[in-house]
Design a protein. Structure first.
Length: 334
């Protein structure tokens, strides 16, 4: 059960609501986000929730029996909007395109990609500076200095930044230079990181773990939300299956299922989803038709020379063509 409290609630009203929750043998957790105050209540008894709904100070009450609650559409039917400022919003109405290299490499690379994004009206650039790599000898990113450079070029050009945060200690040093924190597949269930991102007033995009179920992804999002941050997006990036003809199995089903289960924006990552450059655009288009609210893909001036993930990275020509087709599909996706 979720109870949304009135903004101007008194201490004695809260006490009465808590008494009523205890009386039906439920346990309540207080959740305070940027936008509202809630009591998330867990219990087994079946009782008439109208008895809570009539109490003073209660704005809304719903029964939500899933393991995830605040991110559920049983709680909030209308789709959420994530606002990055300066007119850049991610919502259910328009398709958001985010693109950029797997890794930030140097100033010239960033400038060239920024110019490509601007030419194609893309307002959000991706690019990792802290890179989770399978091998410790692979390029692991430019770190915080790279982020500062990436951020200053993007800010000069009106481009928003999404980049991966790998651990709690990085959040504060990255904070002023990012517009969206990305939680990578490998950290999808790093609960300490999720808790900490719940305390930040910046949007977070959380990727599905390689072996994560849809329910687990939603519960990971619930960690962030229940710690106070409602500015959330989910990302399908493929899962690991027995199939080894491609890097991951992009789960197009997940997009529709997530759109049904949660009010949060759903973003598709076809680059990691299939991992093969020649197929990335088609999977991006397929995920758009399947109802994704946005697509995030890897692009580089010379993919063959990219410091990481070149095998799944589009060049500027391919990217331009993809954007043209994605925009043609905008109407179909709703
Ligand atoms: C990435 O976006 O570059 C990345 C490492 O993705 P994932 O966490 O999905 O593997
Ligand atoms: Mn990558």
């Amino acid at each position: 059960m979720i109870i949304q409290l009135e903004n101007k609630i008194t201490a004695s009203q809260v006490e009465k609501i808590n008494d009523a929750i205890k009386a039906v043998n439920y346990k309540a957790a207080e959740v305070k986000t940027q936008f509202a105050n809630y009591l998330v209540c867990i219990g087994k008894n079946d009782f008439d929730i109208r008895s809570i709904g009539v109490l003073e100070g209660v704005k809304d009450v719903h029964r939500v029996s899933e393991s995830y609650k605040l991110v559920s559409r049983k709680w909030k039917v209308n789709y959420s909007v994530v606002d990055l400022g300066d007119g850049v919003i991610i919502d259910n109405n328009d398709l958001t395109i985010m693109a950029g290299p797997c890794s930030i490499e140097n100033e010239t690379q960033v400038q060239k990609i920024v110019a490509h994004l601007k030419q194609n009206n893309i307002r959000i650039m991706r690019g990792g500076v802290f890179k989770p790599r399978s091998s410790p000898y692979a390029f692991r990113g430019l770190g915080i200095e790279g982020l500062k450079m990436f951020s200053s070029i993007c800010r000069e050009n009106g481009i928003k930044i999404i980049t991966e945060v790998m651990q709690v200690s990085q959040i504060s040093e990255m904070h002023d230079y990012v517009d969206v924190f990305q939680v990578g597949a490998r950290n999808s269930q790093n609960f300490n990181l999720l808790d900490a991102l719940g305390e930040v007033d910046k949007p977070v995009l959380i990727k599905r773990g390689m072996s994560g179920t849809i329910d687990e992804l939603l519960q990971s999002a619930e960690y962030i939300f229940s710690n106070g941050n409602e500015k959330l997006m989910l990302c399908e990036r493929g899962i690991r299956t027995f199939e080894n003809a491609y890097r991951n199995t992009f789960d197009v089903n997940a997009i529709q299922v997530l759109k049904d289960k949660t009010h949060l924006p759903v973003i598709a990552d076809p680059s990691h989803g299939i991992g093969i450059r020649d197929y990335v655009s088609k999977i991006a288009l397929a995920s758009t038709v399947a109802g994704a609210d946005g697509v995030i893909y890897e692009v580089h001036e010379v993919p063959e020379e990219a410091a990481s993930d070149g095998q799944q990275t589009l060049n500027f020509e391919e990217s331009k063509e993809l954007v043209r087709k994605l925009r043609m599909l905008e109407e179909v996706r709703i």
